[in-house]
Design a protein around this ligand. Structure first.
Ligand code: ZN
Length: 478
């Protein structure tokens, strides 16, 4: 082995040694985390804390158990097979979430009949089901990892068909699940006097059915204010910017509706729904076109000189005012998309069982339009954006401005000349008139009998002078 090889091997060994140390450190850190969490958990579920109530477990403990159960499955990448146990008609995503939670209840062990009571509560009133942050996040992870399936025996039920699109649902996406949770959760105090953050099926359902505009407006207010009582100017700018970036990414990358459109172009018109594609296009177009206008309007209407913060009721009134003025619902784009995707999922479930109707395939049109809109940047050439599109728009704008400026300058130079020319023309006319009068006067004078004798000596040269002057002006005029 020559010295270079030796050095090389030494380096590799050293590298491996370092990697090993790093890994050990990481494992140690993880272990510390786990033991810390276990300590916390044991503290929370210490029986002593709820003396005399040993039979029933606080809701949050049960949720933590279910969370752990599903986290194990995610780690092992094991698919969960669920059965539909919910009789009530719910949007498909809530049906799946509900069945997952009930499946979780069935899978964890606990003394007493509290789980049984909870299960029958959930089955009787699915809108009352709530999720803790970690439970909701874990279920979202499970779904977007495509690890949930309905029992094959139940496949006759149309709810159990194809979950492909549900896995891509906005609510479960890595970039959006926190946003929805943080804007929607409410504090709940359990009978065990435990305070916890909970997201209920009722709130999610409200957002999707949208009985009134206020539901969406409140949701957006909570999103922008991060569930604070007041929304300050600074907070508004930071959060609105964040919101714009999120949606920009959403439209740029593949998403549920875009995938459906793309698939219907590739296949036959199976899940065909022009109304949904059209609305998606409208939402996307409105986002691309009016975001900057909205920001300008909102800055002056939400916050005036006297107030640097706004509360919910003011926010609702002013938002309606701005959106009416702009004729666009820019702030509602996120809940609109949630609603639209929910409709799409429910429709795919229905259509999945039906034979495809022979309808004209207009998906191509939507795909093209979406692709075209995709390339449009919301900043539309504003200075604060440095993307290629904006740079290009700015360049075009600058060169257009440049040629406009040149034209204007040229006109400005011509302007005074034109005025001088007009002045001259006026003068010419005046002089011509004066000449005419002079000629008439001379004729009159020479007609006088005394003067007429001298006429021949005067008239000729005079007429000549006058006609010379005339022709001079005439030539100037043309
Ligand atoms: Zn841009």
């Amino acid at each position: 082995m020559n010295s270079i090889q030796q050095l090389y091997f030494q380096a590799i060994l050293k590298q491996q040694e370092l990697e090993k140390i790093k890994q050990e450190e990481q494992v140690q850190r993880q272990n510390q985390e786990i033991s810390k969490q276990q300590l916390l958990l044991s503290f929370v579920s210490q029986p002593g804390l709820h003396a005399g109530d040993k039979q029933s477990w606080p809701l949050i403990d049960i949720q933590n158990r279910i969370t752990q159960f599903y986290q194990q499955l995610v780690l092992r990448r094991e698919t969960v097979i669920i059965r539909n146990q919910i009789e009530y008609h719910l949007p498909y995503f809530l049906n799946v979430l509900g069945n997952l939670i009930i499946h979780g209840l069935d899978s964890i062990k606990c003394e007493g009949n509290y789980i049984g009571i909870l299960k029958s509560q959930f089955l009787n009133q699915p809108m009352g089901i709530t999720m803790s942050n970690s439970l909701f996040k874990t279920l979202s992870l499970l779904l977007r990892s495509s690890l949930v399936q309905f029992d094959k025996d139940q496949i006759q039920d149309r709810r159990c068909v194809n979950m492909k699109y549900l896995y891509q649902f906005l609510l479960f996406r890595d970039d959006f699940c926190d946003i929805f949770y943080n804007s929607l959760f409410q504090y709940q105090i359990s009978s065990h006097k435990q305070v916890s953050q909970q997201l209920s099926f009722y709130q999610l359902h409200q957002l999707v059915i949208k009985k009134s505009e206020d539901v969406w407006c409140t949701f957006i207010y909570k999103l922008l204010s991060q569930q604070q009582q007041q929304l300050t100017t600074d907070q508004f700018f930071v959060q609105f910017n964040h919101y714009t970036l999120l949606l920009n990414n959403f439209f740029k990358k593949p998403n549920l509706i875009f995938n459906v459109v793309e698939n219907t172009v590739k296949q036959t018109a199976q899940f065909h729904n022009d109304a949904i594609f059209q609305e998606y296009l409208l939402i996307m177009g409105s986002f691309k076109a009016t975001t900057q206008d909205f920001l300008k309007q909102a800055t002056s209407i939400f916050f005036d000189e006297n107030s640097s913060a706004i509360d919910l009721s003011e926010f609702i009134i002013k938002t309606k005012k701005i959106q009416n003025q702009l004729n666009s619902s820019i702030l509602y784009i996120l809940p609109m998309l949630l609603q639209l995707e929910n409709q799409m999922i429910d429709m795919v479930q229905v259509n999945g069982k039906q034979e495809a109707d022979p309808v004209k395939n207009s998906s191509n049109y939507y795909l093209k339009m979406i692709e075209r809109l995709k390339n449009k940047c919301v900043y539309n050439g504003e200075e604060n954006c440095n993307c290629k599109k904006c740079q290009c728009i700015r360049r075009n704008r600058n060169s257009a401005n440049e040629s406009q400026r040149k034209k204007r300058e040229a006109l400005e130079k011509i302007g005074p000349l034109q005025d001088a020319f007009e002045e001259l023309r006026k003068k010419v006319r005046v002089v011509q008139n004066e000449n005419e009068n002079l000629r008439q006067l001379l004729i009159n004078v020479f007609q006088h009998p005394q003067v007429s004798k001298l006429a021949s000596t005067f008239i000729e040269p005079l007429t000549k002078i006058i006609s010379d002057a005339d022709s001079e002006f005439a030539s100037y005029e043309c």
